[in-house]
Design a protein around this ligand. Structure first.
Ligand code: ATP
Ligand code: MG
Length: 454
């Protein structure tokens, strides 16, 4: 088989080979070439020691940040390439990182330290594959398979649990039986993994095409770092709106969302507060009054625990909090919500509501789904027409309010917000002259009220 390899990578392999060292492409790029997917980075492994690699590329820009793990980064033809000396890893006594890394001379020993067979294949410049663990066959079979004994591999590094699930969700591969069993048995190893590292894998996993299958098969793993999920996983809901329990509804909602991180996170967490809010009426029907606010609070806590950035956390919390609000299909309501949330979050909320509907009994929600489509078109029209729905769209500003005689201070803001509300409601038009007139009247009545002279 011939592979499309960038000339910068070829140059590096050739240079190392010409100097008498072994050098191969390895890891994710070889796996992706075999999957017929374009690799996003090109890692190289070599028998050369780091200082020998540096000597080979004396004329190139070199970055030494990974040197203590044996990695030299070389810039060739505007691309950077990580070149890592063959190495094995010592024991993982803190379950976080190996006690030491040791440079070795055997490619196979280097491949043996890697997590899954599909990630443990090396590709030489001549197009030959070094594949001692059967990775190519596993790729063809669509299988995620540990290199070596699965229990031991997950005990060395708990992050591999999340990496397996991530590859499962993104590639749609099955997780081989012993590997799958070891994932369940060793999920507690995630306790030793930094939240930031779990976060990276979770974000990739959530936007994967097969995220639903992974959530369905491995709820115990997700509960390991987010114990708040457990009550939802076991939640039964007897309501005319839902044909599934809490977890299955959540999974359908996540699957129905577009592959966008904020939307997928929102759907994963939108009903997280339901178990706390459950009540059953005299007819045996369950209710979950007030669950969006409780869900928002729990979502905030969970996203903080996993060190999400503020922007993602705040937006997801807003969307969770409002996922159930009823927005009437009227221009003024749409303008009000556009102003309150901002257009970006408003359109995300419509998407969240559409997606939530897809996870409910379709016959009962189909009218609501159709209305959401109309609402989206109407909001787009409002924006295209430059209609006013925020203070910055208003035809007057704070200076006008003060010029009209209102005392500088909080009253200025109150006055502007009052005007905005009237404009959004459609009671007055957003025209400067009309608004200035109104300000004048307000200012006079204000001065009467406070007994001031004018
Ligand atoms: P991606 O496409 O997301 O980059 P990747 O498999 O290339 O996936 P990297 O984090 O870039 O992931 O790692 C490069 C290679 O290093 C992997 O293919 C694998 O061989 C090895 N590797 C990475 N993380 C681990 C780990 N936690 N345990 C063992 N080997 C690992
Ligand atoms: Mg990679």
């Amino acid at each position: 088989m011939t592979f499309d390899i960038p000339s910068g990578a070829r140059h590096i392999l050739q240079t190392l080979n010409d100097t008498g060292y072994e050098a191969y492409l390895v890891g994710g790029c070889v796996r992706d070439l075999l999957r017929s997917v374009e690799p996003h980075d090109w890692d190289i492994c070599t028998s050369a020691r780091p200082e020998e690699t540096e000597a080979c590329f004396a004329g190139h820009r070199i970055i030494e940040t990974g040197l203590k793990h044996g990695t030299v980064t070389v810039l060739a033809e505007d691309e950077s390439y990580e070149i890592t000396t063959y190495r094995t890893e010592g024991p993982y006594s803190d379950s976080r990182r190996p006690d030491y890394v040791e440079f070795v001379s055997s490619l196979e020993a280097d491949l043996a330290r890697r997590d899954f067979t599909m990630n443990a294949i090396a590709l030489g410049l001549d197009g030959s594959l070094q594949d001692p663990f059967g990775g190519e066959a596993d790729i063809q079979a669509g299988l995620i398979h540990c290199v070596g004994e699965p229990n031991q591999r997950f005990q060395e590094d708990g992050l591999r649990v999340m990496r397996a699930l991530r590859f499962g969700a993104v590639f749609g591969y099955e997780i081989e039986e012993k590997t799958a069993q070891a994932i369940h048995e060793n999920r507690h190893m995630l306790e030793h993994v930094a939240a930031e590292r779990i976060n990276v894998e979770l974000c990739k996993l959530l936007v994967g095409g097969k995220v639903g299958d992974i959530l369905r098969q491995y709820p115990d793993v997700f509960c390991q770092f987010w114990p708040e999920l457990w009550p939802l996983v076991t939640l039964e809901q007897n309501t005319p709106w839902h044909c599934w329990g809490g977890w299955e509804h959540t999974i359908h909602a996540v699957e129905a969302a577009p592959p966008d991180l904020m939307l997928r996170l929102t759907m994963l967490l939108h009903d997280i507060g339901k178990p706390n809010c459950k009540s059953t009426d005299e007819n045996g029907i369950d209710h979950f009054y007030g669950h969006p606010a409780v869900s928002a609070k729990l979502a905030d806590q969970m996203l903080r625990a996993l060190k999400f950035d503020n922007r993602t956390r705040e937006r997801v919390v807003t969307l969770v909090e409002h996922h159930d609000v009823q927005i009437p299909y009227r221009d003024r309501s749409i303008r009000k919500w556009l102003g309150r949330l901002g257009p970006e979050a408003f359109f995300q909320l419509l998407e969240v509501k559409r997606t939530d509907g897809m996870g409910q009994a379709y016959e009962l929600v189909k009218d609501r789904l159709a209305e959401l489509e109309k609402m989206k078109a109407k909001a787009e029209e409002i924006i295209a027409q430059d209609q006013c729905f925020t203070l910055k769209d208003l035809a007057v500003n704070g200076r006008d309010v003060i010029a009209a005689g209102i005392t500088p201070g909080p009253e200025v803001g109150q006055m502007l917000n009052g005007l905005l509300e009237s404009v959004v409601n459609g009671d007055i038009q957003n025209e400067r002259d009309k608004l200035l007139q109104l300000l004048e009247i307000e200012s006079i009545s204000d001065r009467y009220r406070y007994g001031r002279k004018y």
